[in-house]
Design a protein around this ligand. Structure first.
Ligand code: SF4
Length: 440
């Protein structure tokens, strides 16, 4: 039996969650991932998902007589550009699971088409961006937290499941320069309505009632200012426990709040984040305190950066007047779909059909739908055209921004199967074809 030649790549960045772990080792044999070391389960699964399978697209597909059939790149790009040039209000959405260079091309195409441009922040940390615009954000890099934090608060986030190696690399178990004893040198607090697996390994678990984070945050702020609250509990949390928490916050040396979608997507949305940021700022009267969002998709922070430096706005952008306008709630993908305000869409590296409200998904499928994705998803299964992409960070190089906005270089570890090419190359082809059709 012939022995397979295995090539090992070191210091590979995992393109799954916003932690962007940069110490992954990947073994490749015959252009297939055969072993992954150091990544967590979900990261490992992503590397293995690059291998050929029945769910992987390897050629462009066009819907003919109700069925997706293989097609040439020329035919697929021509048809996709035709749809986009004829549309009066196309939606370009997704972009958080691809590299910055592709995101930049997406902005260029949206501007050319006068379309709506949005990324997945509009359904996750959009409220964090709004609050940051309102009151700023005292933040830092994950390295600072690793080396200095002795109090770590996870508010509405469950990293044990969503960012598994965050705890081991930056926030809980890791030894830092000033936290030589790792977990023993840190106090971990979890604020969450659910007794999550992260809560179960915390030193203090505060069970807040669903949708009442805003009241709790402001009760803490009031106590911090010396105000006496004449109530027995706030948001379901006994006053004694809130006082204990306030004391813990005031007496640490270096604290950090990592907040997730439990805070951004509960009632009050960006006002929750506004209050959490103000609390962080006020805590700096007593000690050192910082706050950072737990970004989900590995390059959603990059999508916000790239959209901002190109248009001035991080998400929910409308180019219909020839210049970018920004209004989350009006130009967000979910809202324009629910209000039936689009007539075609291009979805890049995303699966809105799996996580948008049903009414949005129904309207998405009512109009011509082009999907750029490596894999079959509920969105791509309903597309009119599927353009097969190389997986960024595994089959294509590029730049991605970690959750703390540190840019890192994604590596290519293997070739993409079949005729797949990078998201950036696909978007470049579309831009060229749209120009050609318009005689530009
Ligand atoms: S924690 Fe996130 S970035 Fe790190 S290996 Fe797991 S999925 Fe990948």
């Amino acid at each position: 039996m012939a022995i397979k030649k295995i090539k090992t790549l070191y210091d590979v960045i995992c393109p799954f969650c916003g932690t962007l772990c940069d110490d992954v080792e990947v073994d490749i044999a015959e252009n297939k991932v055969v072993e992954v070391r150091n990544a967590c389960q979900i990261g490992t699964k992503k590397f293995f998902s690059s291998n050929p399978s029945e769910h992987r697209y390897e050629t462009p597909m066009i819907r003919k007589k109700g069925k997706l059939e293989p097609a040439s790149w020329e035919e697929a790009i021509d048809k996709a550009a035709d749809i986009l040039t004829k549309a009066k209000r196309p939606l370009l959405y997704g972009f958080s699971s691809t590299e910055c260079e592709a995101q930049s091309k997406g902005v260029e195409l949206a501007e050319m088409l006068g379309g709506i441009l949005d990324n997945t922040a509009s359904v996750c940390h959009g409220p964090s961006l709004l609050a940051k615009q309102d009151v700023g954000q005292p933040g830092s890099t994950l390295g600072e937290f690793k080396n200095r934090a002795d109090l770590v608060i996870f508010w509405g986030s469950n990293p044990v499941h969503a960012h598994p190696r965050h705890l081991g690399r930056y926030s809980e178990f890791v030894r830092g320069y000033f936290r030589k004893d790792g977990r023993n040198d840190r106090t971990i607090v979890v604020v969450d309505p659910r007794n999550t697996h992260t809560a179960q390994i915390a030193d203090l678990y505060i069970q807040v009632k669903p949708n009442e984070d805003y009241e709790l945050l402001n009760a803490i702020r009031a106590l911090l200012r010396g105000v006496e609250l004449d109530v027995e509990e706030v948001s379901g949390v006994p006053m004694d426990q809130i006082k204990e928490l306030v004391n813990t916050l005031k007496t640490c040396n270096f604290g950090v709040i990592f907040f997730g979608m439990g805070l951004t997507q509960s009632l009050s949305h960006h006002r929750n984040i506004d209050a959490a940021i103000c609390l962080t700022r006020e805590l700096n009267d007593h000690t050192k305190f910082l706050i950072t969002p737990m970004r989900g998709h590995y390059n959603v922070a990059g999508a916000n950066q790239v959209f901002s430096w190109n248009t001035g706005y991080a998400y929910s952008i409308d180019f219909s007047k020839g210049y970018p306008r920004y209004n989350p709630g009006e130009f967000s993908a979910v809202e324009v779909l629910i209000k039936n305000q689009i007539d075609a869409s291009l979805i890049v590296a995303s699966d809105p059909a799996s996580n948008f409200p049903a009414a949005s998904a129904r309207n998405l499928f009512k109009y011509p739908l082009i999907v750029i994705d490596p894999h079959e998803t509920p969105t791509s299964a309903n597309a009119d055209i599927v353009l097969p992409a190389a997986i960024a960070g595994i089959e294509a190089e590029g730049t991605a921004y970690r959750m703390d906005n540190v840019p890192l270089r994604l590596r290519k570890v293997k070739d993409a199967p079949g005729e797949s090419i990078s998201d950036k190359e696909i978007l470049e082809k579309l831009i060229e074809k749209v120009k050609e059709k318009r005689g530009e």
